[in-house]
Every structure is written in structure tokens, then in C-alpha cells.
Ligand binder design. Structure first.
Ligand code: ATP
Ligand code: MG
Length: 253
């Protein structure tokens, strides 16, 4: 499934947050959405999955406009892991939360196959041992992994991840991104991830969009986007790209 966004403009009231934003995402790709706090990254992702509707522009999944698709079809195709989340109601355990990812696929009740898929997703995100733990009693990092497991169980064609590694320790940052990388290639799905750690983005994203005050400052292959010049312009910090290692590394100096 291909995602294509063109000429998107979004405002909250009179506050123009996205201006003429466009991007494309293909199967087997990881796209990094980068940019400073408040640059419009979460807003962009929420437009893609139809939570917000842009005032102008087009967002299409293959040839279908997201805004004209029924919610259930959007949910079958797009998995969303929000930046901060709490459960709206009740105190579900981790297994129940992950199983909720199957909701768009079932008519009435979850079946054995749904449960199997949920267990597999929990295994992939290393949260099986918390299956019976109430979601609200997890640490932030455990909760983040449980929510990624829910998105995996959803078997969506496009994964939208809002800062998927922000609460994770160094080991899980790499493990979670490795798992996402593996899934994207094995299942030929696509992922769009908001990432603050520029070196992590350099390591895992095939391409990137760098947002600055709602405008795309740079877009393309990640190593073309993450240049010292672009980083200085957008973040106002000095960086070097270290090529002495087996992959380019972004060092903020
Ligand atoms: N629900 C809302 N109502 C009004 N303004 C909002 C709302 N959500 C975000 N904004 C404003 O829109 C702008 C972009 O916010 P957004 O959350 O998209 O930024 P972001 O790039 O995700 O930032 P961060 O890195 O801090 O998560 C900000 O100026 C913010 O104050
Ligand atoms: Mg955000």
C-alpha cells in the first residue's frame, strides 16, 4: 500500500501548523519525521490516519482519499502508536490491550487466531511476561512496547509511530527499531516514525522529512536530509557526520 500526501495545509483555528506538506511512503520503507518541538510532526501523523482533517490538500492510500474511507477501513490499514497514551476506560491488562489491535478485523468476538496473533506480537515486543498486568501499572517503556505490540497485532499496512523509542532504555531503543525494521521488510509494510534522536533516525530510516515551523525544510534519503547545514538551520545546533564507522553517525557537538 502506498501513501501519498500532497499540498497539505492544517491549522488549529488561526494557528497555521502545516504548510504545503507533501510526502510519499512505499512498502518496505521507514520514513522518519524529524523536526523540533512544536514543528507539526504529531499533527502531520494525525492527519495521515484521519484523526485530523486538513483544510487543504490530499492524503491518499493507494488511490483512495483517507477522508472518504470508513473508519474501520482506515483502522485495518493504518496502525497508530500515539505519543502519550492512557486507556480511555476500565483497567485492561496488557493482553487485552494488545488484543484490541484485532478489533478492526473481527465482526463480533475475538477468535483463537486473534489471540494467537496477539501473543506473537507480545513476544515480538518482549511484553509477554506482563500479559496479566494492568496496562496502567506498566512503566512508560513497557507501556510503549505494549502499544507497539497492539499496532503489530493490527496487521496494518502502514505503521505510524509517534516517538516510539522516547521512553525506552538504550537496549530497547535498538531492539524495538530492529523489530520494526524487520517487520517492514518481512511483511512489506511501511512505517512512518517521529524520532528525536537524529542518530537513531540515520541508522533506521530509509528516508526522512525534516519539518521546521510546519514547512518541509528538507526531504529525501536520510543521509541527504541530515546534513550539518540542515541540522544547524532547523535546530540551531552544530553537528558532524562521522563517516569513520561502518555507517554514518550523527554527532551533536
Ligand atoms: N489540539 C491542539 N489545539 C491547538 N493547537 C495545537 C493542538 N495540538 C498542537 N497544537 C499546536 O500545533 C503546533 C504543532 O504541534 P505538534 O504537536 O504537531 O508538534 P510536534 O512537532 O509533534 O512537537 P513535539 O516534538 O513537542 O511532540 C504547536 O504549536 C502546538 O502548540
Ligand atoms: Mg509530537
Amino acid at each position: 500500500m502506498r501513501l501519498k500526501m500532497e499540498g497539505v495545509e492544517f491549522s488549529y483555528g488561526s494557528n497555521a501548523v502545516l504548510r504545503n506538506v507533501g510526502l510519499e511512503l512505499h512498502p518496505s520503507e521507514i520514513l522518519g519525521i524529524l523536526g523540533p518541538n512544536g514543528s507539526g510532526k504529531t499533527t502531520l501523523i494525525r492527519c495521515i490516519n484521519g484523526i485530523l482533517t486538513p483544510q487543504q490538500g490530499s492524503i491518499a492510500l493507494d488511490a483512495e482519499e483517507v477522508r472518504s474511507l470508513p473508519r474501520k477501513d482506515v483502522a485495518k490499514n493504518i496502525g497508530y502508536v500515539p505519543q502519550n497514551s492512557s486507556m480511555d476506560s476500565g483497567s485492561p491488562n496488557v493482553f487485552e490491550v494488545v488484543l484490541m489491535g484485532r478489533r478492526p478485523h473481527v465482526k463480533w468476538e475475538f477468535g483463537e487466531k486473534d489471540e494467537e496473533i496477539a501473543w506473537k506480537a507480545m513476544e515480538e515486543m518482549d511484553v509477554k511476561e506482563y500479559a496479566a498486568t494492568e496496562f496502567c501499572n506498566l512503566s512508560s517503556g513497557q507501556a510503549q512496547r505494549a502499544l507497539i505490540a497492539r499496532a503489530i497485532a493490527q496487521e496494518a499496512k502502514i505503521l505510524l509511530l509517534d516517538e516510539p523509542t522516547s521512553n525506552l532504555d538504550v537496549k530497547y531503543q535498538i531492539e524495538v527499531m530492529d523489530t520494526i525494521h524487520h517487520l517492514v521488510h518481512e511483511k512489506r509494510i511501511a512505517a512512518c516514525a517521529i524520532i528525536h534522536d537524529l542518530d537513531l533516525a540515520m541508522r533506521f530510516c530509509d528516508k526522512a522529512v525534516l519539518l521546521h515551523e510546519g514547512i518541509i525544510a528538507a526531504a529525501g534519503p536520510t543521509r541527504m536530509v541530515l546534513t550539518p547545514d540542515n541540522i544547524r538551520k532547523v535546530y540551531g545546533v552544530e553537528a558532524v557526520i562521522d563517516e569513520s564507522y561502518h555507517r554514518p553517525r550523527v554527532l551533536i557537538i
